[in-house]
Design a protein around this ligand. Sequence first.
Ligand SMILES: Cc1cc2nc3c(=O)[nH]c(=O)nc-3n(C[C@H](O)[C@H](O)[C@H](O)COP(=O)(O)OP(=O)(O)OC[C@H]3O[C@@H](n4cnc5c(N)ncnc54)[C@H](O)[C@@H]3O)c2cc1C
Length: 249
Amino acid sequence: MVYQAKQLFQLITISNVNPKMLYGQMFDEGDLDPEFSRRMDGYKNGSGTFRMNVALSELPDFTALPGKDSAEHHQCGIVIAPTLDYMDRAYVDAKANGWSKHPIVEMLIPSTLDDSLAPAGQHVASLFCQQFSPELPDGQSWHDAREAAAETIIDTVTAHAPNFRNAVVGKMILSPLDLEEKLGLIGGDIMHGVMTLDQMWAARPLMNHGDYRGPLKGLYMCGAGSHPGGGVTGLPGRNAAREILADGK
Ligand SMILES: Cc1cc2nc3c(=O)[nH]c(=O)nc-3n(C[C@H](O)[C@H](O)[C@H](O)COP(=O)(O)OP(=O)(O)OC[C@H]3O[C@@H](n4cnc5c(N)ncnc54)[C@H](O)[C@@H]3O)c2cc1C
């Protein structure tokens, strides 16, 4: 098996999937050094993101800034996280219960800037919601809890824009588990691995493998699971390209 893997990577292969998926799911047992596999097994994932996309019959009419005609604030990132205490409570609630009754919700309404996205007068919005635990208490599955969590999110927006609930004419729900199953984001982790100090810099994804190289020659990592981590920076790819070119010399 190791031989086959070595044969396979005579060609250069560059991966931007989560390192845990690459080394945990894309190899047969025995292909990799067991010690490396054990360490990769401990690579932590789980940024706790819940994502919804909604179709709206009208724009949200915010209590703080009334009006259903497209205004500047509809074209901005709208974050429902009024205080530090609110955010702290969302974090603590998620640890205990999976998610908070008062979650952090960030809404974008791209159809206010691009009218090709929805029929005239109607809109699409994305709801990026944080502090949703990848693991639910008491063995619950996100597949059973996703609708209830989505309702909490709709309630949260409706508390600030009373017409919101009735304006929702369609919705796509992506729980942390949906993000994993549909997009390969393990633990719903949008950063391909928790961005804690023990998984950053030279230790991303693992100590001795922070240089875009894993244990197999010719197989490189170039995604958010390598330095400097997640976000739309292009930097892991740029750095990986530099290393690949250096090896080519
Ligand atoms: C909802 C959401 C909101 C975000 N918001 C922000 C933001 O506001 N600002 C910011 O900077 N960053 C944000 N991010 C994070 C940012 O998008 C990621 O960190 C970044 O896209 C990672 O880029 P990547 O190329 O490493 O991986 P990805 O963009 O995740 O690409 C990995 C690719 O691998 C593919 N794949 C998965 N499994 C397999 C498989 N088995 N076989 C083949 N291909 C597979 C996937 O389909 C995907 O195309 C957000 C992410 C999400 C999901």
